[in-house]
Ligand binder design. Structure first.
Ligand SMILES: Cc1ncc(COP(=O)(O)O)c(C=O)c1O
Length: 417
């Protein structure tokens, strides 16, 4: 059997190589993306992908699970230690599946769930009509304050009291400010609601104490493992003793079949990395870089939602510039800067067009970039926007982006086996 992808399947090989080159030679600023380590990549590309291991370590439905049990135990113990949780389920294939399992561990289908309004920063799984969350539950939403563009406790309290949800979901996909989970959870609990905190975006910041933790206040915490946490693509659920049985049952057999053991091994590697002191240094750099970039964009008279950021991401509101998020995303991509279009509060455009772009620093911080690079990149983004997406400016920026990428090699030693 040929073990070399290039000769075994040249078409797939070319697609893989194309994506690796894109990651190497452009600036990855999608807030939900990162570069996992070579050790995480190595664990992903192992024969553990072959193993069926339905069930949980020590109680599987298949034989031959001794070694994958070790990998899953390691992932569980490291996740518990990293977040200070009593229980971890590391099997969810994705953040969405983690949310499905978590909601149904707490409430029945048909009950009322309440998440952040989607155009204000919530995620599809927080109640979108096209997602399971909007189809299995009655959905109500809480909103950002129209003046501050922030999630304010008073507004939230009024909304919870008025809507009386059975389950509140805290956390977001496109909200640049810290959320004090404990205070919001107290309000929800007082109104009789259960609480899921979805820390998919901020997990790395939470794990290192650079963002308030929901552990100890919220009933169940869900996350992805591939954003600020810098692991393989996947999901994670954390909870206390009270809900552990129900969470495990709702992941398997309710929502999923066999776990992806190669991904679970890679999660174990990533959690091990996140337990090292350097990971906190990295997360601090993610925040510092976001603040420097936000300041530069603001100095260049661009408008950021809430005026800045406490986290790894910011939202650029392009309404004052007369541009759409869609056009700006495409122009920046031509300049070698990858972002994504995003709705801004009270967006006049449709979700496919939008008036904003979301910009994040996790990937570039992994790449080793710091204050100087953030200032340069802030200027380049501002140049493209200010020029009203002029192709000359875009071309000149692309050249500078390529030089910067060459100065910060990414996956330089990595090659396809
Ligand atoms: C807040 C939040 N929750 C859940 C998810 C879903 O994660 P996945 O794409 O792994 O299903 C995302 C993904 O962007 C997210 O931002």
């Amino acid at each position: 059997m040929c073990s070399c992808l290039a000769s075994a399947d040249p078409e797939v090989y070319r697609a893989v190589q194309g994506e690796v080159d894109r990651q190497r030679f452009t600036l990855e600023m999608i807030a939900s993306e990162n570069f996992c380590s070579p050790a995480v990549l190595a664990a992903l590309g192992t024969p553990l992908t072959n193993k069926y291991a339905e069930g949980y370590p020590g109680r599987r439905y298949y034989g031959g699970c001794e070694s994958v049990d070790i990998a899953e135990y390691l992932a569980i113990e490291r996740a518990k230690k990293l977040f200070g949780a009593d229980h971890a389920n590391v099997q969810p294939h994705s953040g969405s599946q983690a949310n499905l399992a978590a909601y149904l561990a707490l409430v029945e289908p048909g009950t009322k769930i309440m998440g952040m309004k989607l155009p204000h920063g919530g995620h599809l799984t927080h109640g979108s009509p096209v997602n399971f969350s909007g189809q299995l539950f009655q959905v109500v939403s809480y909103e950002l304050n129209p003046e501050t563009e922030r999630l304010e406790l008073d507004d939230f309290t009024a909304s919870v009291k008025e809507n009386r949800p059975d389950l509140v979901i805290l956390g977001a996909s496109a909200y640049p400010r810290a959320i004090d989970f404990a205070r919001f959870t107290d309000v929800a609990h007082e109104a009789g609601a259960k609480v899921v905190a979805d820390i998919a975006h901020t997990a790395g910041l939470v794990a290192t104490g650079l963002h308030p933790t929901p552990i100890g206040s919220c009933d169940i915490v869900t996350s992805t493992t591939h954003k600020t946490l810098r692991g393989p693509r996947g999901g994670l659920i954390l909870c206390g003793e009270e809900y552990k049985k129900e969470v495990d049952k709702k992941v398997f057999p309710f929502a999923q079949g066999g776990p992806l053991m190669h991904v679970i091994a890679a999660k174990a590697v990533a959690f091990g990395e996140a337990l090292q002191p350097q990971f906190k240094v990295y997360q601090q750099r993610v925040i510092d870089n976001a603040q420097i970039l936000a300041q530069r964009l603001t100095d260049r008279e661009l408008r950021l939602v809430t005026g800045g950021t406490d986290t790894h991401l910011m939202l650029l509101n392009l309404v004052p510039n007369g541009l759409t998020g869609k056009d700006a995303q495409q122009a920046l991509e031509r300049a070698g800067i990858t972002t994504n279009k995003n709705t801004v509060p009270n967006d006049p455009q449709s979700p496919m067009v939008t008036s904003g772009i979301r910009i994040g620093t996790p990937a570039l911080s992994t790449r080793g970039m710091g204050a100087n690079e953030m200032e340069l990149i802030g200027d380049w983004i501002a140049d493209v926007i200010e020029s009203k997406l002029d192709e000359e400016v875009i071309r000149a920026t692309r050249v500078k982006v390529r030089d910067l990428c060459d100065a910060f090699p990414q996956y330089a030693d990595w090659s396809i086996a």
